[in-house]
Design a protein around this ligand. Structure first.
Ligand code: WQD
Length: 346
């Protein structure tokens, strides 16, 4: 079909100006989808839209709307003939969720509830939900598979992800005409190789890699490694660090898998990680080798709430989703560093 007749299925990307959302917008367009961004810019910057314009050479439709605003969201559903939804929009600061649980339950679950209602009303049948490995808590066995029992999440944030999965599962069980996939992210890191978009933490980063690159850039005095007395080979915690572009590509695969489903109601869950456990100290070494930058860090006390180690069994994503991570940790950290240097240059 020529471009005038070829349809580009429209995908509503809530939180599409955020870290994972914006990188997924790039992958969606490269895969022949038409993203429609909804973002209230509560935790993201309008400058991201400029970055997307630079990378893509075109505008991406964006509505400045809060996903909990049912009337405004209904307007978007009326205006845009949507093929599906990728739901990123949520508050995600683990520590803040412990201090302000109601803010998290209201926003994260309210937005999902509103979306599901509008999807049903407007006959939009495809949903990809942004979930998290945090639903596993500290797993008994590693690597975790999707059948690993979910443990009581360590935080209200983690609870909103587990409850979000249950809301979707129960809607599908009730034969709501929705085909849904929950993607359980492990630790997203890195940036688009162009260094035009990347992670934009507000204030002091709580996550490892943005704090690390800020310390390497001299914006922070030093990085503190939260504990080296864990029961791991080098004593530091182990995680599964996945390049944000690999994570973005997993969302495209999820949409394609949903398109293949014949039934009107479908639900499945996938771990989205590299399958490799990497310790905090190993990540620091990989950063120094990849960039040639010596990092100033100290060993400090454990951070309350941290799980000792978690990394993914990705067999199901590889075989059923038809997706696997392609980028190395070294590439992720080089891309993160290039993005940090670009931020300095602004
Ligand atoms: C990783 C490791 C820290 C900072 C959280 C959420 C998860 C997801 C990703 C949203 C830990 C150590 C960190 C520092 C350190 N978020 N660390 N010094 O906690 O694994 O996951 O973010 O979806 O849901 O739970 O990520 O990057 O905060 O920490 O030593 O300054 O790095 O102790 O072992 P985490 P993180």
């Amino acid at each position: 079909m020529d471009s005038s007749t070829h349809s580009f299925p429209k995908i509503l990307v809530t939180g599409g100006a955020g870290f994972i959302g914006s990188h997924t917008v790039v992958s969606l367009i490269e895969a022949g989808f038409e993203p429609v961004i909804v973002d209230n810019f509560d935790n993201s910057e309008p400058s991201v839209l400029e970055g997307l314009r630079t990378i893509l050479g075109r505008e991406v439709t964006c509505y400045t709307v809060d996903c909990n605003d049912e009337a405004a969201m209904d307007e978007i559903f009326r205006k845009e003939a949507l093929h599906g939804v990728i739901h990123f929009a949520a508050y995600k600061a683990v520590g803040e969720s412990v201090e302000k649980p109601l803010k998290y339950y209201r926003n994260n679950l309210g937005s999902l509830w509103t979306l599901l209602g509008l999807m049903h009303q407007h006959g939009v049948a495809h949903l990809v939900f942004s979930s998290s490995c945090t639903v596993y808590g500290q797993p008994e066995q590693l690597p975790v598979t999707e059948l690993t029992p979910r443990l009581p999440a360590e935080s209200p944030y983690g609870n909103t992800k587990a409850m979000g999965e249950d809301i979707i599962r129960d809607s599908v069980r009730a034969k709501m005409p929705v085909k849904a996939i929950s993607l359980r992210y492990f630790n997203p890191v890195g940036a688009h190789p162009s260094a035009v978009i990347g992670e934009l933490p507000r204030g002091v980063p709580s996550n490892l890699v943005p704090f690390l690159t800020q310390a390497a850039a001299g914006l922070r005095d030093k990085l503190t490694v939260f504990g080296d007395d864990y029961n791991t080979p080098d004593g530091s915690c182990i995680r599964d660090f996945i390049h944000v572009m690999d994570l973005a590509d997993a969302h495209v695969q999820a949409l394609r898998l949903l398109d293949q489903q014949e039934t009107s109601s479908f639900y499945d869950i996938f771990n989205v990680g590299t399958g490799q456990g990497v310790s905090v100290l190993e990540l620091i070494n990989t950063f120094e080798e990849a960039t040639g930058v010596k990092l100033n860090y100290i060993i400090g006390p454990r951070r309350p709430g941290d799980v000792e180690q978690i990394y993914a069994n990705v067999d199901k994503a590889n075989t059923v989703l038809g997706w696997e991570a392609k980028r190395s940790l070294s590439e992720s950290l080089s891309d993160a560093w290039r993005w940090q240097q670009k931020l300095q240059a602004k």
